[in-house]
Design a protein around this ligand. Structure first.
Ligand SMILES: Nc1ncnc2c1ncn2[C@@H]1O[C@H](COP(=O)(O)OP(=O)(O)O)[C@@H](O)[C@H]1O
Ligand SMILES: O=C(CO)[C@@H](O)[C@H](O)COP(=O)(O)O
Length: 478
């Protein structure tokens, strides 16, 4: 029975699952943490840390030497600049680094505004989008930008460490801002404006095209058999969507360092407001998605500040907490700070913690409403599929249920990003389509919690505070 591995290079850790290629059953796991550094909007990780972590996580499975194929899913958008040998010239600027917010605004205007971007590229620049990070690097570290022989994303770079040179796929490429999910090609005019040579970018693979084979350096670095196929890999959200095998109409919410909501679409999606990014997916379709910068990490931080266990929430609250500890992307207030409204003498800490969950989940559900309003064909009776580390939490489940008014399905397996990558690996091994492999494995199966009436009062309170606080969030104090 051949064994294949899928890896998830996410913000906080690299996680590897080893599965049997036939049934997709998990036979081993391994993980290794990452260090994220930076203050005042900076968020960086040295790609060498990802390389080490992938090696540690693979070794921790105890099965690296037996693998017949591998693929890597990775955090989207991060900017890696490297030399001709693939060595990084500086730490990567991560998806949640907000320093490029001014460049995002300038780039939006330069191409004719938000609608022009959404129609031409599929995304409207915000600080997360890779093109804005490249513009920031050119302004702040021009010598480093000029020295770059290659520019790529985290998963692209790890592919390079496995097969010899970076490669990307349509899903991850669609988060760069310089690859159009409408024309399905690099936007060369835009690249000229960014003074980025298209030759510095990796080739873009389709869903069933492997990235290559593990070369001698990859075999040494990671303890893998030389010559085994490497699947295309993709962005983390695209990999999770692949593993879940979701059909158009079924919404997914992922609760991790980032919060995301998305659905598969048969057509490219255009949102001139920029809230919903019109990404491509890893199956040949599209993945309209809204993303927040503050999700599990922010809520855990607030629980720690309050001295509470993470599930110790009150049954109700009158307090509103916008947990924008890292600035925010949805709504787009990159300089925002956490904001608390409605405290009284008798407010218990548990009510403040509930408000943190409501603030984080409410922002995601507002994103889901926007996705719905774009005519994405969301099925009102379809359950919301909940994945990511937060999906294990009782408090997250209860708040998402109360604010969404939908039934929740919590898959019984975890690590869907790594499982999606594993499906790509199995496809590279067998020549099947990744989407068919994932459908057979059925990692969306799990418990369903019935719908409860939507907490309209909490949603209205949140909407009102978000709207009234906007001027404050644009010009943060301190
Ligand atoms: N039982 C749990 N209840 C609530 N949150 C949890 C639980 N277990 C893990 N988490 C949260 O999951 C997060 C990690 O989720 P994950 O999806 O792995 O994140 P990422 O992909 O961004 O690294 C942590 O920040 C932690 O707060
Ligand atoms: O920026 C996005 C999506 O657009 C994030 O979802 C990143 O892809 C990072 O994901 P996690 O670290 O939370 O897994």
């Amino acid at each position: 029975m051949p064994l294949v591995a899928g890896a998830d290079c996410s913000t906080q850790a690299t996680k590897v699952v080893v599965v049997d290629a036939d049934g997709g059953h998990i036979v081993a796991r391994g993980d290794a943490p990452h260090e994220v550094t930076g203050t005042d909007g900076a968020r960086e990780t040295d790609p060498g840390v990802w390389r080490e972590a992938l090696g540690h996580a693979l070794r921790a499975t105890g099965r690296a030497g037996e693998l017949a194929a591998i693929a890597v899913g990775g955090q989207q958008h991060g900017l890696v600049v490297h030399d001709a040998d693939g060595e990084p010239l500086r730490p990567a600027l991560l998806w949640n680094d907000t320093r490029s917010a001014p460049q995002a605004e300038r780039l939006t205007v330069a191409l004719g505004g938000a609608r022009a971007w959404a129609e031409r590229v599929g995304v409207v620049p915000v600080a997360s989008i890779t093109a804005t990070k490249w513009a920031w690097l050119r302004e702040h570290e021009p010598a480093r930008a000029a020295a770059a022989s290659g520019v790529c994303l985290p998963h692209d770079w790890l592919n390079g460490q496995l097969v010899g040179s970076p490669t990307t796929d349509r899903g991850d490429a669609s988060g760069t801002g310089w690859w159009s999910s409408h024309s399905e090609s690099y936007d060369e005019e835009l690249l000229e404006r960014l003074e980025l040579d298209v030759a510095a970018l990796p080739p873009v693979h389709g869903p069933a095209d492997p990235a290559g084979e593990v070369d001698h350096r990859g075999a040494e670095r990671f303890g893998l058999p030389r010559g085994i196929p490497v699947g295309a890999g993709t962005g983390d959200n695209m990999a999770a969507a692949l593993a879940l095998g979701v059909a158009p109409g079924t919404p997914v919410m992922s609760l991790g360092t980032s919060g995301t909501v998305y659905a598969v679409s048969e057509q490219p999606v255009v949102d001139p407001s920029g809230t919903v990014a019109g990404f491509a997916d890893a199956t040949g379709r599209w993945l309209p998605l809204a993303c927040t910068l503050n999700c599990t990490l922010a809520v855990d931080r607030i629980a720690a500040l309050l001295g509470l266990e993470r599930d110790a929430i009150a049954d109700r609250t009158d307090v509103t907490l916008l947990p924008y500890l890292d600035g925010e992307r949805t709504p787009n207030h990159p300089g925002a700070t956490g904001t608390l409204v409605g405290l009284r003498h008798d407010t218990p800490p548990e009510a403040v913690l509930r408000a943190a969950y409501e603030g984080a989940a409410g922002a995601l559900l507002a994103g889901l409403d926007e996705l719905d309003a774009l005519g994405s064909g969301l099925d009102p009776s379809a359950p919301l599929i909940l994945v990511g580390g937060g999906a294990r939490g009782e408090a997250w489940r209860s708040i998402v249920r109360a604010l969404s008014g939908r039934a929740l399905r919590v898959p019984s397996t975890e690590e869907h990003v790594a499982l999606g990558a594993a499906a790509q690996a199995a496809a590279a091994l067998t020549g099947r389509e990744p989407v068919d492999v994932a459908r057979d494995w059925d990692h969306a199966a799990g418990d369903e919690l019935p719908a409860v009436p939507r907490d309209e009062e909490a949603l209205a309170r949140l909407r009102s505070v978000v709207s009234k606080a906007a001027p404050l969030l644009e010009e943060p104090f301190g």
